[in-house]
Design a protein around this ligand. Structure first.
Ligand code: SAJ
Length: 427
């Protein structure tokens, strides 16, 4: 049994904290957000995520959440940092939370502690940032005063199949011993393969590669969707066709944009770092450009359909279904829906917004009110409630056109009702 502190009780830290507690460890949660601390101390989840809600509720030994590092760090054998690593307005990495956390921890950490960073960072971050902060407190990570390692997080909010317990992980240490210690620790809490890489940089680069891979593949299908659309080809059918090939093809899907705190951000971590090393990631930049242009493209699709009705967007009543960045989550970070809403408003449309998963942000009370008030619909998030909606409501509410930003509605049914329909790459 170990004493473990998880720094950062968010989408990443909370699942790890629950898992450590379930395995019989004494677990502290260190966070700056008092409301989170209060909820976690009552075994309640600050995040609307079924997995977390049930895990926290059923914990025999709860997580002791605190804002004070002095209460938890000195007696911790393992410290896991899971704080956000966003980008700033210029898409440059913002490591403020990481630096502040490591600095706070360094003032109370005990010699011989295992310090693992799970937050997504660019290759080199731990040795350039975390190690010097520890050095200031006279801890030399290269001499294993503190065992420092990276184990990139792989939490996928809302994923019912893969979770923190059964997902394979990679680890890399500042020293071999640190890497070994980290691997041993993760093998003690997860039922999946833990791969030890040769260095902390290799581990930092792994996560960036995984998520950049996804971003460029999404950009690829977003570009194919726009090209095929001009040719009257349904890209979803083509992706289905290509997916029959049992090797060398991996389906991704076009959409109204790429949101979330991983895929839309991680590539910039690598782009910026590589720039410092004199390398220009043209391909990654282009993929980011394509994905960031999808909200505009989605609004253009609406204008094209309105043109057929001899209508313009100024003063048009447009309903946006969905704010969250992906289906069935309450997370709105980097959501393309906000970009779509801003573009519509800039063009002079009256915009109604509804998302059943996101507490704040809707400006109508339910879908019926949105449909009643809107002449045009843009679906931005493929929540289950929208996928299963009664399409006849569109007709009843005299909706004129639907732009299906996640290609999740029955286009034939909508067209049969005499309503204009366009998806992303799906005419
Ligand atoms: N999206 C597309 N087309 C796709 C897939 C996603 O447009 O084919 C959009 C989504 O709508 C969303 C954004 O991209 O706006 C990100 O979606 P995501 O499914 O990648 O969800 P995330 O951001 O939660 O990504 C996480 C990542 N996991 C970690 O970083 C640990 C990512 O590596 C996973 O691949 C992804 O979950 C997953 O596979 O679900």
């Amino acid at each position: 049994m170990k004493t473990i502190t998880i720094v950062g009780l968010g989408y990443v830290g909370l699942p790890v904290a629950c898992l450590c507690a379930e395995k019989g460890n004494k677990v502290y949660g260190l966070d700056v957000d008092k409301s989170k601390i209060e909820l976690v101390n009552k075994n309640q989840s600050p995040i609307d995520d079924e997995y977390l809600i049930s895990k926290l509720k059923n914990l025999k030994k709860g997580i002791s959440a605190t804002a004070n590092p002095a209460e938890c760090i000195p007696n911790s054998d393992v410290i896991i940092v899971c704080v956000p690593t966003p980008v700033d307005r210029n898409n440059s990495p913002d490591l403020t939370a990481l630096m502040e956390s490591v600095s706070a921890v360094s003032k109370f950490i005990r010699q011989g502690t295992l310090l693992v960073i799970e937050s997504t960072i660019y290759p080199g971050t731990i040795e350039e940032i975390a190690v010097p902060i520890l050095k200031k407190q006279k801890f030399d990570a290269y001499k294993n005063d503190i065992f420092v390692a990276h184990c990139p997080e792989r939490i996928d909010p809302g994923n019912r199949k893969w979770n923190v317990e059964n997902l394979p992980r990679v680890v890399g240490g500042v020293t071999k011993e640190a890497g070994k210690k980290a691997a041993e620790f993760y093998r003690s809490i997860i039922d999946a393969e833990v791969v030890e890489l040769s260095s902390v940089k290799a581990a930092e680069a792994t996560k960036i590669m995984e998520n950049t891979f996804r971003d460029v593949n999404i950009a690829f299908v977003n570009e194919m969707a726009q090209s095929f659309d001009r040719a009257g080809i349904d890209v979803i059918e083509v992706i289905k066709g290509a997916s029959t090939k049992p090797f060398a093809f991996m389906p991704h899907y076009p959409g109204a944009g790429v949101g979330g705190h991983c895929i839309s951000i991680d590539p910039y971590y690598l782009i910026e770092k590589a720039k410092q090393l004199g390398f220009n990631h043209r391909f990654l930049m282009l993929a980011r450009e394509i994905n960031s242009s999808m909200p505009h493209y989605t609004v253009e699709l609406l204008e094209n359909e309105m043109r057929k009705l001899k209508k313009t967007i100024k003063g048009a009543k447009v309903g946006v279904l969905g704010i969250a960045y992906k289906a069935n989550v309450d997370d709105i970070r980097e959501s393309p829906a906000f970009e779509i809403i801003n573009i519509l408003k800039t063009k002079g449309a009256d915009v109604f917004v509804f998302d059943p998963h996101v507490g704040k942000g809707s400006n109508v009370k339910d879908m019926n009110e949105l449909l009643n008030k809107s002449d045009y619909i843009i679906l931005a998030t493929d929540h289950i409630e929208f996928k299963n909606m009664d399409l006849s409501l569109l007709k009843k509410n005299r909706v004129l056109a639907v732009i299906d930003g996640r290609n999740c509605l029955d286009k034939e049914k909508i067209k049969e009702m005499g309503i204009l329909y366009h998806g992303i790459g799906r005419g």
